[in-house]
Design a protein around this ligand. Sequence first.
Ligand code: SAM
Length: 414
Amino acid sequence: MQVQIISARKVKESSGGGYKMFRGLGQGIKAYHYAVVFADGKRYETQTEYEHPGQKIEFNKQQQIEDAIKWHTKQVEKNNLEQIVIINNKLQYFTKKLLTLSKKEIDFFKHKLFPILNQFTRLQQIIKLGSKYNIPLRQIRELTELGYIYYFNNIIRGLDKAGGMAAFNKVVADYEKLPTLTTRTSTIVDLAQYSTPAPVAYLFGEFAGEVEIAFDPTAGNGMLFLNVKAKEKYGNEISLYRLKNLNYQGINTTYFDATKEFPEDYKQKFDFVVTNPPFGTFPPMKFDKYEITSLEHYIVLKALETMKPTGKAAIIVGGNVNYDTNGIITPGKFRQFLFYLYSRYNVVDVLNCSGDLYYKMGASFPITIIFIKGITHQPKYPPRVDFDFSTGMTNSPNQIQHFEAIKSRVENLI
Ligand SMILES: C[S@@+](CC[C@H](N)C(=O)[O-])C[C@H]1O[C@@H](n2cnc3c(N)ncnc32)[C@H](O)[C@@H]1O
């Protein structure tokens, strides 16, 4: 890629506070977005956040950022600049080399690991093999997951010609057999990098059907694309290890912070948005009258802005939805999130799932799966849920314990 910058200019400001914000009287922060256009016509939009309420505006900020971009671009020119992003006023740039698996890693993956992947019973055995070839521990884990993706993809391509979710049983059976991804490095914990179980990823692909263009805002190693039949796949990710694996699969990658704005041309661009964001808390943020306080809820809502009005979305968020004895969602973060979702989107199903479905991926936290088909022009409220209180469960009703039950629910949606 040619890296000469044609322009780096401020394209918009976002805050929501208008003049009050300008005077430091409003709430929140002011964000400035920059478009950086390269000589080959590629255009990147970046966002930087530096102005908090009450802070004095520095009028030379834009010039400083332009200068920084130009300077850094020169430094990395010879290394083939791929992407440039500003996060918290810090310029980050990525070269082809940084985003590509090395020859050593590819050789290990292709010739040593993948051909015998289903013979391993414990991750420890794979780690032993990888260390023999001097592959760092963290990379061994990620390459193992990449191996799972190729492994299941082969099964699906072989069996699904028959249609009718023919590969489902084999995907579940082999998922149970493959080694558990138990390594818990600090990055895995900090960025909540627990990947989606293959059977769930498979069912998401069935829900999507054939689409032109799909997007995962926190794509990890690409597990959620496992069974997505899209002409183009876009994966955004913050971990360099994982970006390498996404690139290896031919996925269009970007390194944006998913809690910030995606580029302007991502708005309503994708037929299918699929996501399992990191779970955590987030500074309260208003969406209409609803207050969003979860990291994953916030990322989901930003990601849904990239879905076409007639698109579909399959979403995983942390925890289960609790209901009162009238079948109404109990007050709290889920209520705010789901009330907002139903007011904007055509939510077609919400599934409370047991954390046990996740144990193979190194986690055991219960999850909720949400399916969406397009936006709605007639705001709705979440429907009341009928369930059996005689079982002694007063919350998390009808928690799904098996992949088979998710399959039945998906079958009702396609
Ligand atoms: C729960 S994992 C899911 C990965 C993949 N989509 C899947 O389902 O297997 C969440 C991913 O989000 C990435 N991540 C965490 N914070 C992020 C952020 N602010 N922006 C983009 N990606 C982020 C992590 O590195 C991790 O790979």
